[in-house]
Design a protein around this ligand. Sequence first.
Ligand code: NZQ
Ligand code: ZN
Length: 386
Amino acid sequence: MRFNFHVPTAVHFGIGVVKDLGKTVAPYGKKALLVYGGSSIKRNGVYDDVTASLKEAGIEWFELPGVEPNPKWNTVDKGWKICKENGVDYVIAAGGGSCVDCSKAIAAATAYDSSVLDLMRSHTPILKALPVFVVLTLAATGSEMDGGAVITDTINMEKGGVFGPALNPTVSFLDPSYTYTVPKHQTAAGTADIFAHTIENYFDTAKDTYFVDGVAESILRTCVKYGPIAVEDPTNEEARANLMWASPWAINGLIGCGRNEGWSLHPIQHPIGAWYDNTHGDGLAIIMPHWMRRVLNEDTLFKFVQYGVNVFGIDPALDPHEIAEKAIACTEDFLFNKLGIPRTLSEIGVDDKHLDEIAESAARGLARGFVPLTKEDVLEILKKAL
Ligand code: NZQ
Ligand code: ZN
């Protein structure tokens, strides 16, 4: 086994931690850009908590409101210009993954003095950026503790982004009570995203990964146990806290240690998101069982058996093929019955007009997946999922 692992983000976890935001950011300078989405942080009190803490510490802040889900490159550029014109010292994201990603991309664009579109298209590894602080309001993407920012290029109709070690947030404030107001369908989609990040790592060709497989199984069981509770009982602190702490570990590199890390679901979902602007976790959930059936074969059977037994508690004495089938059926039951995610792409607004472009784009990322897939394979998955 051989890997590099480094997560430089500090985490302040628990109810009320945002009180410390102002004094935490103060040593980094006196001018902040506060980035947020629609009106959710104004309705649920997060905006008041954040700004009270900044005021108390004497921080001046500028604002970029209106960051859209699946953030667009031109929104990032608006934030970059605010930073340039006002000599902003750091960026504070208050919201879900879209706000966090937009903030990271602004931080990079400012340091490179360049439109994010140029950074994305040149695949520049991001080695410098303004410090980014995160006040998370939705457990889903893990962006609060990783070095990536997913941004939509509306000119090429691609979801790409910027990646690099400078994009890891400096400090992330994770208050589970801030997720109590996340609507049912976003709670379900966020849980599916955490689950999908873990599946991407877990279904891997490396076979000597006992330790990280165990961590991954724990994250998957956390989603299966607490996702449906959070959907039904939104203010359940135990459920919200466990999901919020599972989220970053699904993607921050720990469970990828020692693996080949060929992801498969995200390369298919990202072009779907670019064309149809739908909810990221929904697309991943809908594709997942179809992808599982496509990659199940005699070579991969062992992993489905391990998954079925250790995540869903299926009887290990059963025939391995039966365990694998049951494991996929349990996955469907979890995603569609327990979380209530729609079963088909049509239900989330996808039609058959761009399947070819989506499959073409997805296939570029799938040559080194768990089971390498071609454009034709992806088309087959998409048609079944439609
Ligand atoms: O805009 P507001 O009003 O805040 O409403 C948001 C938005 O409508 C709402 N919401 C968030 N927190 C809430 C809340 N509503 C009520 N109460 C709260 N506490 O939820 C909606 C969705 O928000 P968004 O930030 O878009 O969701 P998510 O966290 O799922 O982020 C999705 C984005 O992250 C990218 C996706 O591609 C997508 O663009 N990803 C980023 C990754 C990364 N950086 O590592 C990895 C992921 O795989 C993913 O690709
Ligand atoms: Zn994801």
